[in-house]
Design a protein around this ligand. Structure first.
Ligand code: C2E
Ligand code: CA
Length: 758
């Protein structure tokens, strides 16, 4: 039998004895009865556990008996406290006193079945003791009047601490799960562990590179935290500096004397900090992310509980730090353009939104520059994507170094960049920035052993003049950019209302063009091509016309590019090919000699191999003679052509189709690009024809083109011939075919029939 059970048995014996005594003597006086009952109850309470304190409150006299354990629970000796209610009242926390008394009164008045209350009490050395107080009522036998409340006190401080710790722990896990800011969670962790050890102060430091950065330390002085913030870690930089450096726990019993604090103790001692234990905070891969520090204002080493807490605190902080770092990395990825390192589109939107808000508040103006590289697609297509990426990086660097620190640069995607120029005189400043961008961008670059001079177009919108919200402002910048491109690229354009009207027109074209074929709004006109030696029509060029009931006659220059953009060019070309070929066959059937039918093919369509089966199908379907079909492609096609495109040229030539390079001489390295390609005619651009009479150099150029073309085996067609003078010169230079208003404007098929019959 153990000691406790033994003492319980003894106590039970005592109770039996007393009860027997009671029955035997049949006491007469109430006092005597009460005294005996008191003893019985006290002993029966005592059986509940030797660790409980006992109390006995005489409701009539307010005398209270406190057992020695009751007193020692609060740090007092047997004779140190008076036996009255005042003693209890002075030791209980004021906030809990009335609640405890109220419960007692309710119980005495039989308003509740039992008396049980938790209350906080002051220990002699001033720390808090949480007490669970339970009691029961003793009544007088004669009139059933309550005379005493008798009960126990149990010290539940540790249990309460454990409960609070569990709750805090759960709250912290919830904060982590909800993605609350790391600094808030650090503070909560510190407070949670501080709650477990009186006088403890905790800190969390993050390690950035080799720098210690403040994470959280809600109970340490701000000045102390600031002094540590940014310090380099190392073997002699306090407990946390050393722990992050070595990756091992560092326990410093006395900051004043420990050599690890030698260099920085002057920062800690003035705040009373005397010992510091530090546990490195590590991520799941064991890499050091920071340190958890525990401080006391007296020299000490951790006891077992503190030591365990230090470890678990560092582990918990590690979860927070690792998550925080991952989130920061994700955010950085989202807000930085990976290729160029500039701000990303997402960051740009966020920045612009903030800027609009502050500008609105302070009446500020700013300019938004939308920058788009000219012909970047060609670089990608001809030199490959790696070269394209490299160019983008170079451009990003140039833009960044061109802008002042207050100007903001972002890459919005592809070859689009954006600069926000903040200035009172936004117009002047924006134009200035635009000019500097041109200067910077147009420095020659060597890419894939080719020298290139990049250019860009810039659209400028001004806040608030051209838009007061993000979408209006961006739309204005986009519209101005389009205008700059349309005006010939390599220039900037400020936003104008007229641009919007044009943009709306483009939009309408886009909307209406989709149904142009089904609604029979398209037609073809034909422009004769004349053999200069005979003056006879040897062919026609088919030119597309679109008449829309509301938009009227829409010129091809206005809708061909749109058709390319919205992916309609293939169906449009198919319609033109079919209509023109049918017409050619019809003329032949009417008895006119075989005319060459020239049809314009857009570069993007021509470079798609699908054009070959399409043309074959149309030839088979219409009965067109392949040798009388001539396809006009612009010089761009020739410049862009890769080996895989040679098959298009080859297969069309094999079928006997004629190929013409349109606008010849307008691109660069015209002849050089022809060396690998098999074509039949060069069509000299109208600009040469226009200028040859006024500019002798142009005349020489035309003359050389004709001569060189002939020598290389190409037929020459001159277009845009408007005067006899031009005709004579071209004839003298040996040009064999011409087309232009001098002979006829593009006209409908009936008009051509009339011309043919003449
Ligand atoms: P283009 O291939 O250079 O066609 C010649 C353009 O010059 C035609 O304009 C024609 O009307 C005009 N023209 C002909 N002779 C003269 C002249 O003596 N003086 C002047 N000032 N102009 C003359 P149009 O019909 O407006 O066509 C413009 C452009 O639209 C064409 O230029 C061509 O690139 C494109 N286009 C027209 N039809 C089609 C088509 O069916 N498919 C494709 N892909 N493009 C087409
Ligand atoms: Ca043409």
């Amino acid at each position: 039998m153990n000691a406790l059970n033994k003492s319980k048995c003894l106590l039970l014996d005592e109770i039996h004895k007393l009860r027997a005594e009671l029955a035997a003597v049949k006491l007469t006086t109430e006092n005597r009865t009460s005294e005996l009952y008191k003893r019985v109850d006290l002993f029966s309470l005592a059986t509940r556990g030797a660790n409980d304190g006992l109390w006995d409150w005489n409701l009539e006299t307010d005398e209270v008996y406190y057992s020695p354990r009751w007193k020692s629970m609060l740090g007092y000796g047997e004779n140190e406290l008076d036996n009255n209610l005042e003693t209890w009242a002075s030791l209980v926390y004021p906030d809990d006193k009335s609640m405890a008394l109220e419960k007692a009164q309710d119980y005495i008045a039989s308003r509740s079945d039992s008396y049980e209350v938790e209350m906080r009490m002051h220990h002699k050395d001033s720390h808090k003791v949480v007490v669970l107080s339970r009691g029961f009522l003793v009544t007088r036998e004669s009139d059933n009047k309550p005379i005493r409340l008798v009960g126990t006190h149990v010290d539940i401080t540790e249990r309460k601490k454990a409960e609070a710790f569990d709750n805090n722990h759960a709250e912290i896990l919830e904060m982590i799960a909800l993605g609350r800011p790391a600094s808030d969670i650090y503070d909560a962790i510190a407070l949670m562990y501080e709650g477990r050890h009186s006088g403890l102060r905790c800190s969390m430091l993050e390690l950035h590179g080799n720098k210690l950065m403040h994470g959280g330390a809600p109970s340490l002085p701000k000045e102390y935290c600031n002094a540590l913030h940014g310090m380099e870690n190392g073997p002699g930089v306090g407990s946390c500096g050393t722990a992050t450096y070595t990756g091992k726990r560092v326990l410093v019993e006395d900051i004043e004397t420990d050599c690890k604090w030698e260099k920085i103790k002057h920062i800690a001692l003035p705040y009373g900090l005397r010992c510091c234990w530090s546990e490195p905070i590590k991520n799941s891969h064991g890499e050091v992310l920071g340190a958890f520090g525990m401080y006391y204002n007296h020299p000490a080493l951790p006891n077992e509980e503190e030591s365990n807490d230090l470890k678990s605190a560092a582990r918990l902080a590690g979860i927070v730090m690792e998550r925080d770092q991952a989130q920061k990395r994700i955010r950085a990825l989202a807000y930085t353009d990976e290729l160029t390192g500039l701000a990303s589109r997402a960051h740009f939107y966020q920045h612009l939104e903030k800027l609009i808000k502050t500008s609105d508040r302070h009446n500020h103006r700013f300019g938004l520059l939308y920058i788009d590289l000219d012909d970047f697609k060609d670089v990608n297509d001809s030199l490959g994507h790696d070269a394209g990426d490299l160019l983008l990086k170079i451009i990003a660097k140039r833009l960044e170094s061109t802008c002042r620190a207050i100007d903001y640069v972002a890459r919005l995607g592809g070859d689009e960049f954006c600069i926000i120029a903040e200035e009172i005189d936004a117009d002047y400043h924006a134009a200035n920035v635009a000019q500097r961008c041109f200067d910077a961008i147009s420095q020659p670059v060597e890419l894939a052993s080719r020298k290139l001079t990049p250019t860009c177009s810039i659209g400028i919108a001004r806040y608030p003049d051209d838009g007061e919200d993000i979408s209006t402002l961006l739309k204005a910048a986009d519209i101005s950019l389009y205008a700059a491109k349309e005006n010939g690229k390599n220039q900037y354009a400020f936003y104008k209302l007229e641009f919007t009207r044009k943009a709306e027109y483009r939009f309408q074209i886009e909307q209406c063009l989709r149904e142009a074929i089904e609604k029979h709004q398209l037609s073809l006109v034909y422009q004769p091509q004349i053999k200069l030696k005979t003056g006879k029509i040897i062919g026609v060029e088919a030119l597309l016309r679109w008449h829309h009931p509301l938009l009227g006659q829409v010129p091809p220059a206005d809708f061909i590019a749109t058709a390319e953009k919205i992916g309609m060019i293939k169906s449009l070309t198919e319609w033109v090919l079919r209509t023109a070929c049918r017409q050619a066959v019809a003329w032949k059937n009417e008895g006119y000699p075989g005319l060459r039918m020239a049809i314009n093919i857009s570069p993007s369509h021509f470079l798609d191999y699908a054009i070959v089966p399409l043309i074959n199908r149309i030839i088979d379907e219409t009965g067109m003679a392949p040798a009388e079909l001539e396809l006009e492609i612009t010089e761009i096609v020739v410049q862009k052509t890769y080996p895989q495109h040679h098959l298009v040229f080859q297969d069309l030539k094999d079928r006997g189709i004629q190929l013409t390079i349109d606008d010849f001489g307008t691109g660069f390295s015209a002849f050089a690009s022809l060396k690998n390609l098999n074509v039949d005619f060069l069509k000299i651009d109208k600009h040469f024809v226009d200028d040859m009479l006024v500019n002798n150099k142009i005349l020489i150029l035309i003359s050389s083109m004709i001569e060189m073309g002939h020598k290389l085996g190409y037929g020459i067609i001159a277009k845009g011939v408007e005067t006899l003078e031009q005709l004579n010169i071209l004839t003298n230079l040996g040009c064999e075919t011409a087309q232009g208003y001098l002979f006829s404007e593009p006209v409908n098929a009936n008009e051509i029939t009339k011309l043919l019959s003449r």
